[in-house]
Design a protein around this ligand. Structure first.
Ligand code: DGL
Length: 286
């Protein structure tokens, strides 16, 4: 059975995992959430590269056939150097700005992402490649937002609503027609974004693009445009590096809300034997 590693600093990457499940429902998934070292967005790129490399090595020991970096921040800092010595395909995610510009040819586009993603050269290069981007795209960093989303199971979403009103709205140059969710965590706050920006604003993420790319790399075929329905069950093994019991309960609840029930992976012993000691990489705040 195909085994896919999916990596993020926390629960954000589950939104990418859901997209992968639609395209590859029969695969077995290993979800690595580096909650011991989250957030990644305020770290320096070298620290994020080291942490992502550690997770990649973990996936290789777990015999993953492909690794999905379901984290824009990790992709920005680590995908190119990791690919230099990769044994399996590595699929990264980057802000779906091109998709937003194409789907909404008239309106302004707002990109929300972490500080590291917004300041990275990968985003600069992407914007420079897109003809229409200059003048239509405003990029805003949202420090602290991913942590609030990560904590939603404890704090609820009022603080997220307040954050959007106090920290995002005042920074807008123009009201956006579309918002690019440039951090996978933000895929979980669609309701709050709709309340704050109004029901007409389109939310655009790159998750299905990642899932299609995964399929292309593994099966060497061009996937259909339309994503299939979500399967009712999925084989997922969770590996959270901090607070695993609570995190797994939150992850299970989020996937269940999406209509997916979790089944254990078929060979848990090979995964259970892997080191689960959290790696506190450099750059971690006290
Ligand atoms: N989910 C990650 C991303 O897509 C970042 C969250 C964090 O700052 O750790 O960028």
């Amino acid at each position: 059975m195909m085994r896919i590693g999916v990596f993020d600093s926390g629960i954000g990457g589950l939104s990418t995992l859901l997209a992968c499940l639609r395209r590859l429902p029969d695969a077995e998934y290993l979800f690595y959430g580096d909650t011991a070292n989250a957030p990644y967005g305020d770290k320096d790129p070298d620290a994020v590269l080291r942490l992502t490399r550690y997770a990649y090595d973990w996936f290789i020991q777990a015999e993953a056939n492909a690794v999905v970096l379901a984290c824009n921040t990790a992709t920005s800092a680590a995908v190119a150097p990791l690919r230099e010595r990769a044994q399996v395909p590595i699929i990264g995610i980057e802000p779906a700005i091109k998709k937003a510009l194409t789907l909404h040819p008239q309106g302004p586009v707002l990109l929300l992402a972490t500080e590291l993603t917004v300041s990275g050269s990968k985003l600069r290069d992407l914007l420079a490649r897109l003809e229409d981007a200059e003048g239509r795209v405003q990029a805003l960093a949202c420090p602290g937002l991913a942590e609030m989303i990560e904590d939603q199971d404890r704090q609820g979403d009022q603080c997220i609503h307040d954050y959007l009103c106090r920290r995002v709205l005042p920074g807008l140059r123009v009201p956006p027609r579309a918002i690019v969710l440039g951090c996978t965590h933000y895929c979980w706050i669609g309701n709050a974004l709709g309340q704050v920006f109004g029901p007409d604003v389109a939310l655009v993420d790159g998750n299905d693009g990642v899932a299609r790319q995964l399929l292309r790399r593994l099966q060497r075929e061009d996937p259909p445009q339309e994503a299939p329905e979500l399967p009712p069950t999925a084989r997922i093994h969770f590996h959270f590096t901090h607070d695993p019991v609570r995190k797994q309960a939150f992850a299970t609840a989020l996937l269940q809300e999406a209509g997916v029930r979790i089944l254990p992976v078929s060979s848990p012993s090979s995964v259970a034997a892997l080191p689960d000691r959290p790696y506190h990489g450099p750059g971690r705040r006290a």
